[in-house]
Design a protein around this ligand. Sequence first.
Ligand SMILES: C[S@@+](CC[C@H](N)C(=O)[O-])C[C@H]1O[C@@H](n2cnc3c(N)ncnc32)[C@H](O)[C@@H]1O
Length: 449
Amino acid sequence: MQDSCGYNRFDQCMSNDALKYNYADFTDTYGRIMQFNKNKQEPIHRWYPFVEGYSKEFIQSIIDENKEQKIECCLEPFSGSGTTALELQNLGIKCYSFEINPLMYLIGKVKLETEYTYERANYWFTKIKNSRDKLNDTNLDSSVFPTLYQSDKSKKWNYDNEVGLAVKKLKIAIDAINEEIYKDLFTIALAAILLDVSNLYRNGKCLSYKKNWTSIKLTKEDVFTKFDKKVTDELLEDIKNSFKPNVEFSQKNKSFLFNSDSRFAINEKVEDNSIDLVITSPPYLNSRDYTDTYMLELKTLGFTKDNAQIQNLREHTFRSHVQIHWHDNADIKNSLLKSTLKRLDKSSKNFTLWNPSIIDMIRLYFVDMDTLFKELYKKMRKGGKVYFNVSNSAYFNVEIKTLDICASIAEDIGFSVQEIRKARYLKTSPQQKEHVDKLLEGVIVLEKK
Ligand SMILES: C[S@@+](CC[C@H](N)C(=O)[O-])C[C@H]1O[C@@H](n2cnc3c(N)ncnc32)[C@H](O)[C@@H]1O
């Protein structure tokens, strides 16, 4: 049986709560634009292939529907690939953005840079090609991360020897660039090809070995060719077309991008009552640990130098994963959350194999939401709007109506919930499929009245 939101009415009490909010069907338009895929053809947006983001059209559509409002200053608490701040920069709108992961932060910074010239980019590209060819093969150090490079001591490794050596040479050549914006630019070009040349793939939650990884045999030249193609076809091409001498950008959002934990940094960096619009997508409550997903790039490019730094990064991300045990009894008063946690607790008793920290993670995810919405409320001016893209989740055969719970937390803080827009349905994991067959992804629209 289906409820009015189009999903199974297996959870009667939750469905009644859910009906509190006005659900609008945006599947026709949002179905296409809530994925990063469309950005893969777009200049600059395409420099790094990101999975967990939306397209620039989503940003454009929000600006279009708010044409009557004066939009001067926006806020994006989870920058990710930088789509929000970049698209707003192209539209001449200021945007503060925050990103905890140093790789994502650099991707955003590189895409928001406005000072590139084709000549300098080309100059440094030629330098990289010349110097990598002159470098001797170096030692691939596996002492800190034993499975990063091929070695006799491990059965599996992320890069075969030839690939590891080519990556290392590229990194040495890039690190020698003494103009920071180009060093960063080519670091992101290298980051963009690493997964492809490695033995790994992103499986949605973390990294796994490619099925045929033992038979993939790339040479150093293959790696260089992939890097050169990325640089020539995308970076140089876009720089030539988008950065013309004597054309000034009316808005430069790079100076408003911070490599910090948005739960705590927004307060320090953004003035109270100054934000007209928030457009964002937080980590979903799906146990995905962004530190794990981007581990290959973090380790290879030296963003995290040892396991302690990896752990430190995990500790500062939104609590949507169980890679570390959260020792925190914090809770919030929200009846919808309370009833969900009760049902989860009961249902989890039938499961023996799942990680017991999951219920803590779910509680703390919404504690973090509460912290975030309080910050947003303080920083927004009256009449300001929030567009919050998130999806429902499922654990222990219980659907967690994240959209409703987030809306309800925001409402408790003082926001008015205008509507929840249905964007598309996501598949559930095989373990949950029997009881929860699909998960709604949507956009919560809030207003500070
Ligand atoms: C769903 S993605 C953001 C997608 C982004 N809107 C886009 O389109 O690319 C969530 C991002 O939040 C970041 N993140 C997680 N915890 C954070 C925190 N405490 N502060 C800032 N960023 C955080 C993750 O590293 C990830 O890049």
